[in-house]
Structure formats: C-alpha cells, structure tokens
Ligand binder design. Structure first.
Ligand SMILES: Cc1cc2nc3c(=O)[nH]c(=O)nc-3n(C[C@H](O)[C@H](O)[C@H](O)COP(=O)(O)OP(=O)(O)OC[C@H]3O[C@@H](n4cnc5c(N)ncnc54)[C@H](O)[C@@H]3O)c2cc1C
Length: 487
C-alpha cells in the first residue's frame, strides 16, 4: 500500500486523504478543474521529498509538485486521479552566503520569506519576486518563470538562478552548474552544458526541484518612483518602450482606466480622470544615481508631443512599501468577480498589435460581455529586454477553494457562498482561451505554460520532438506531472 510507505517515510500527519483537503490542493485559480489527487503529501525536507518521489516511482504512481498553488494554468492540477500531489511548502531552509553573493533556498520558501530573510542581512535577490510573493514559492516560480519586482534591471526569476537541486523521477537527486562539482558550491550556472536551464520553465515535467541557488546583490540604498498620465495606450506605450530600452528602472508598468477605478476605491483619488498611467520605480546605491535616472525618465514621460503629464507616484511607492500584500486584493473583485490573467510575452515591436487585437476581440464579443457582466483590464509590464502584455478577464462566479482560503477576509465573507455561474464561467474561460490563441498567433510566448497554454501546437515540430525526447529520457513512464507542457 503506497499510503503506508508514505506514512513511514514522512509521518502520518503529512499524508492527507481528506476529500475537501485534496480538492483544495488539486484545483488552481483557473476555474477549470481537472482531477482530484488521491493522496496529498507534505514532506518536511528535501530528503523526505526525494523519498516520496522514489516510493511513487517504485509503485508506478504519478506525482505532481505544488508550491504556493497560486498559478492559474492547470500546472499542478492532476491529469489523472491516481496521483500523489506533493505540497512543498514545509521545505523552508534559507542559507545566505553574502560573501559569495548567493542564497540557497528550499523549494517551498516564498518570495516574501526570502526577501525578509535576505534584506535583514543587507542583501536581496536582484529579481525579488512576483506580486503574489506572499504565497508563490521559489520552486513553483522557477518551474514556470516569473517577473515583476526588479525585472526592468535584472530580468526574470530564471535570469538570477545559478543552480538547481532536483529530485528526478526515481528520487535520485541531481545538482546543476558549479553546484554539481564534487567539491563545488552554486556560485555559477555554467559548467559544461547549462542543465539549470533545462529545468527552468519545465512546469515540473522533468523532476521536482528541492532547492535553488539564486544571486544576491547589496540592498539598494536609494529608491524613488515617478508616474505619468496619458490619454491613450499608444502614448503610454511609446514612453514605456523608450524607457525600457535604457534599463534604468527596476519596475516599469502601465495600468488602464479599469484598473484605476479599482485603485481609486482603495484611496488613490489622484487617479480620477486618468485614462492610462505609466509607472517607474528606480533604485540604486545612492540618491545621486537615482535622481539622475528619475530625471531621464521624467524627460521621456513628458516629452513634447508625447501626451504625458506627471502625476503622484503613490501607486508604485505603495507597491514597494508592501510588495507582496497589495496584489492579493486581485483575487476577487469588489463586486464578487473572479479575475483570471492571460498573457503574451512579446518583443517590444509586437505589443501594440497585441493590444489592438484584444480590443477588437472584446468589441466582437461585446454583447455577451455586457449580458454576463464580464470585464477586461490590462497590465503591461517590462522585464529586461522585452514585454509582458496581460489582459485580465473577470466574471461573476463562485470563488472556489483556493480563493476561499486565501483571499482577503472581507471578500470571503461577502462572496464565499456565491453559487457557480456556469454561463459566465464558460464565456470567461472561453474569452481567455481566445486571447491566448490570439497572442500565440502573433508570436507571443508564455511564462506559465502548465497544461493550459498551447505550447505544443505553437512549436516547430523538430523542437517539440526534442522536448518530448528529453522528457522520455528523464521520465519514460510519464510519472512526473503528466500532461504538463503537453507531454
Ligand atoms: C494576485 C496574483 C498576482 C500575481 N502576480 C504575478 C507577478 O507579479 N508575476 C508573475 O510572474 N506571476 C504572477 N502571478 C502568477 C503566479 O503567482 C506565479 O506564477 C507564481 O510563480 C506561482 O508560484 P507557486 O509557488 O504558487 O507555483 P504553483 O502554482 O504551486 O506551481 C506552478 C507550477 O510549478 C510546478 N511546481 C511547483 N513547485 C515545483 C517544484 N518544487 N518542482 C518542480 N515543479 C514545481 C507545478 O507543478 C506547476 O506546474 C500572480 C498570481 C496572482 C493570483
């Protein structure tokens, strides 16, 4: 019996068979559930995690890794019911090596925990987490890539990774980069072929990450923000594009009128009358450097003929003051809508076409959008060298087990017992898929592929065959997160 073996390996209290708990762990935010895992396990160390994978492998049972569970592309939703779902959130060790500018974090450490632990020592990872960093883990995030805080200067979570430790399908643990050297440590990603890259963005299809090594930088001593208002997306995007190429801002993003309505309710009254807004956060080793960068951004933001005027920068400042708290209000709208982002990763040149394409798509669906009370907002954000364009589709619906446990208390009290609205759900999920296909038709890629984005269909056949061959080499019986990446 696998349950007995798992109990012996990690303790009976960490082997969960309760139906409601298994449902909570198995369904993500997407409102498109797949199967419910037969068993959920909560190992307490990298060694226990590897033992779980080995036991499942011996018995021919699939495993699915889950970090914070705050993604929405069916990445950790089991594709078959006979699955052991591995919750990594008890793996919490953080080893800071300020001398070598590297931190080793267990897979289950959240970005907030990492930020608090490192900043207490005067250091930080260069990219320091997604807006969801109160829940999102290092292991989950590296498995699907992610951007936001610090990305304008330092890129994505993948760009700051110097090594990984991964439990393969048979439970054998391997390390990558200089960490794989018999006498080594994870100071460099490059030693022979870059095996680290193989596991970054694999959405858990090639193994289960147990630990990650990430770069460290000194905590920036100076921070400022500057914001601008525009009448059109095109004006805001022209300034964003010009600024992004300079790589002097840590965060760069555009909000739309619908987002402003939300933030006005939270007290940002200066957004009244603002159509599109553009925000920059700047950080550096001293005020003089930061002031110089802000002046350059001010010149770009208010360039004559560019349509921009400077506004209060309280929004990016508030985000920096509580980096991982504010974004979570996005779980449930103030009128009980669930919100589901769908994004495309684009070179700068393609973003205007993507935005126009989505606006046209909305116009073609306006009747159903109005009838079922759907809404669409836009976030446009930069990582070093390219752009993520992210429409967010909202619809009125039951909030589901994840939001019921993690959304702000007031939202759960008001909307926790709202019944499913299957018509709006079908329209919302359908519109989301149409937007994903539109992004793909324009050459957009995706950060969190999971089992939802059309990865397989978007790739040239020879490339997909190579990815499938790698999967086969690691996992010939398809026992690690089957269905992820379409494999
Ligand atoms: C309100 C909100 C704000 C958000 N803000 C951002 C943002 O600013 N930037 C951004 O990029 N994204 C954002 N996201 C999306 C999401 O939070 C991120 O993708 C995050 O990285 C998910 O981390 P997680 O630990 O919850 O991963 P999970 O959802 O648990 O898992 C994601 C995938 O990784 C796999 N996985 C998990 N752990 C492991 C492991 N140890 N080894 C191998 N595979 C594993 C899972 O099987 C799954 O396929 C946001 C989401 C919400 C709801």
């Amino acid at each position: 019996m696998i349950t007995d073996a798992l109990r012996a390996a990690i303790g009976a209290a960490n082997v969960i068979e309760d139906a409601a708990e298994r449902e909570y762990y198995s369904w993500d935010l997407s409102q498109e559930p797949l199967q419910v895992a037969e068993i959920v396990v909560r190992p307490g160390s990298a060694e226990e995690l590897a033992a779980v994978v080995r036991i499942a492998h011996e018995q021919g049972i699939p495993v699915v890794p889950r970090g914070g569970g705050i993604s929405y592309t069916q990445g950790f939703e089991p594709s078959v019911a006979e699955t052991v779902l591995i919750d990594t959130t008890r793996l919490k060790t953080i080893e800071i090596n300020a001398e070598d500018s590297v931190v080793i974090a267990d897979a289950g450490v959240t970005w907030e925990e990492l930020y608090l632990a490192t900043s207490a020592e005067g250091v930080r990872t260069p990219y320091f987490g997604p807006l969801s960093g109160r829940f999102a883990t290092v292991g989950g995030t590296l498995s699907q890539n992610s951007l936001f805080y610090g990305s304008g200067l330092y890129g994505t979570s993948a760009d700051i990774t110097t090594g990984l430790e991964v439990a393969g399908v048979d439970g054998k643990v391997l390390r990558t980069g200089s960490w794989a050297h018999r006498n080594g440590s994870p100071f460099s990603r490059y030693y022979g072929p870059d095996l680290t890259s193989l596991f970054l963005g694999d959405t858990g299809a090639l193994g289960v990450k147990t630990r990650a090594a990430l770069k460290l930088i000194p905590l920036p001593m100076a921070n400022q923000a500057v914001s601008f208002a525009y009448d059109t997306f095109e004006q805001a995007y022209a300034a964003l594009h010009e600024a992004a190429k300079l790589e002097i801002a840590a965060e760069l993003f555009i909000f739309d009128p619908a987002n402003h309505a939300i933030y006005r309710k939270l007290g940002f009254s200066f957004l009244e009358g603002v159509e599109w807004s553009l925000h920059f956060t700047v950080e550096g080793i001293d005020d003089a450097i930061v002031d110089a960068s802000v002046d350059i951004l001010r010149g770009i933001g208010t360039r004559p003929g560019g349509g921009g005027r400077e506004i209060d920068p309280s929004l990016p400042l508030a985000m920096r003051a509580d980096p991982f708290g504010g974004g979570l209000r996005g779980f449930v709208g103030s009128e009980g809508h669930v919100r589901l982002p769908v994004h495309g990763v684009f070179p700068f040149s393609k973003v205007p076409a993507a935005q126009r394409g989505v606006v046209d798509l909305i116009a073609r669906n306006q009747d159903v959008i109005d009838r079922l009370d759907l809404r669409i907002t836009f976030l446009t954000a930069i990582t070093r060298g390219y752009c993520v364009f992210e429409p967010v589709v909202w619809w009125p619906d039951s909030i589901g087990p994840y939001r019921a446990r993690h959304a702000p208390e007031d939202a759960v009290a008001r909307f926790g017992s709202v019944p499913p609205n299957l018509e709006a759900r079908a329209a919302g999920t359908g519109l989301r898929r149409e937007i994903a296909l539109l992004m793909s038709s324009l050459g957009g890629t995706h950060l969190q592929v999971g089992k939802w984005y059309p990865y397989r269909d978007s790739l040239e056949p020879a490339t997909y065959e190579t990815v499938a061959a790698v999967k086969h080499a690691f996992d010939p019986r398809r026992l690690v997160n089957p269905g992820s990446l379409g494999l």
